[in-house]
Design a protein. Structure first.
Length: 171
């Protein structure tokens, strides 16, 4: 990314979209996603950590069991307002919490060994849609109207990133 670059709202990008239900043929033909697939069921582990050592311990357990790690990301969790009687009282504190996604549904024995809160995420439809923010909004609005259940949306690549990179190297 070149210095001073800010993406515009009209720039096209590829979005990865996970839906709880299959999109209809009419919806797929209207928006023409570049790829459609299935996302396997996952086990989602969540927990607050006091130090990075706690996260490292969980990851060590996951890998020692031969489980397939799909994703790890930090969640920002704000606590309640602390008491005014404590130093720094009245300000909101932020704790580190993580979500760790593992491919497949884990049984109770494994979940007890891992010792984190968990939930199962069923198999989902996964689509990769290239478009402007307005086109993505229209697709997501239709998904909501049809009750497809949006699990996740994330921009994975700006379409014109390669052209911008090439332009910054040429200049």
């Amino acid at each position: 990314m070149q210095a001073g670059y800010a993406p515009t709202r009209t720039a096209s990008a590829t979005y990865e979209i996970h839906l709880q239900s299959e999109p209809s043929e009419a919806l797929v033909s209207r928006f023409a996603p570049s790829r459609i697939g299935r996302r396997h069921a996952q086990t989602v582990l969540t927990g607050r950590v006091a130090s990075q050592d706690e996260l490292a311990t969980l990851l060590e357990r996951v890998f020692s069991l031969g489980l397939v790690l799909d994703e790890v990301h930090e969640l920002r969790v704000a606590s309640h307002f602390p008491s005014k009687s404590r130093p720094g009282g009245g300000s909101r504190t932020v704790h580190r919490a993580y979500e760790v996604r593992i491919d497949g549904e884990l049984d109770e024995a494994l979940l007890r060994f891992l010792r984190w809160q968990h939930r199962s995420l069923p198999e989902q439809a996964a689509l990769w849609l290239e478009g402007t923010p307005e086109q993505v909004y229209a697709f997501l609005s239709d998904c909501c109207r049809l009750g497809l259940g949006i699990e996740r949306v994330r921009r994975v690549t700006p379409v014109d990133a390669a052209a911008q990179e090439q332009g910054s190297q040429d200049g």
